[in-house]
Design a protein around this ligand. Structure first.
Ligand SMILES: Cc1cc2nc3c(=O)[nH]c(=O)nc-3n(C[C@H](O)[C@H](O)[C@H](O)COP(=O)(O)O)c2cc1C
Length: 223
């Protein structure tokens, strides 16, 4: 048992990353049913579809799962209100000011982790009163800022300033990667790309195979 597992309430401290259109009930329920922690995305902006996906989870799993709120992309408070009303227990916030909804989420008894790409963002989130951080190194898939800070460097730098629980994300694909970030002070991991290629992921096989066939320098293909 560790602090992240206590917050997640699942068997393994392995979180499936929120990913626009991909992190929906089919994938998230499979991860939660397997003992990990599925997260439903809302970054697609398809508010009604995402609400329906959250409601579907009740039929697909009796295990814990979470929701991601990409703060800059939320058009209004409707998704936040929906989450509060539907008894969601765990939320990750990302892309924006963590203090924006922390009060309403905490008042509803929801555990809140904020995703950060640098030390300044981490300290701002700690000051805002989040329960933990998703620390995202530049290795990670999805939208990333201009700063290219490696995951291990970032965890070490944040750990020097705070003992807050950390879920590490970026470039982790197996137990070796998981052990490495645990040694640095993380208590959980979040994987995105690895889960995109899984059987339960809803993307086209060409996308899955591109990931499976890639080598360590795959990103060069896109330069
Ligand atoms: C296709 C894709 C979409 C993503 N969309 C989001 C998102 O909507 N919100 C978010 O917080 N992170 C998003 N991410 C980042 C993931 O949450 C995660 O931090 C990252 O994928 C971890 O690195 P990995 O892909 O090397 O495992 C996305 C990642 C991918 C690959």
């Amino acid at each position: 048992m560790n602090r992240v597992l206590e917050h997640l309430g699942c068997k393994y401290p392995i979180v499936q990353a929120p990913m626009g259109w991909i992190a929906r009930s089919q994938l998230a329920s499979a991860v939660s049913n397997a003992g990990g922690f599925g997260i439903i995305e809302t970054s697609s902006g398809e508010v009604e579809n995402c609400k329906a996906e959250i409601e579907k989870m009740a039929d697909l799993t009796d295990k814990p799962f979470g929701i991601n709120l990409p703060l800059l992309f939320l058009k209004d408070d409707s998704m936040v209100n929906f989450i509060v009303e539907h008894g969601v227990k765990f939320v990750t916030t990302s892309a924006g000011d963590p203090s924006k909804y922390i009060g309403v989420l905490k008042d509803a008894g929801i555990t809140v982790y904020h995703a950060v790409p640098n030390v300044a963002g981490a300290m701002k989130a700690v000051a805002a009163g989040v329960d933990g951080l998703v620390v995202e190194g530049t290795e990670g898939g999805g939208f990333k800022g201009m700063e290219e800070i490696g995951l291990l460097v970032l965890i070490q730098a944040i750990r020097k300033q705070s003992d807050i629980p950390i879920i590490a994300a970026g470039g982790i694909v197996d137990g070796i990667g998981m052990a490495a970030v645990f040694a640095a002070g993380a208590e959980g991991i979040q994987m995105g790309t690895r889960f995109v290629s899984s059987k339960e992921s809803p993307v086209h096989d060409n996308f899955k195979n591109k990931i499976i066939d890639s080598d360590e320098a795959w990103y060069m293909d896109f330069k």
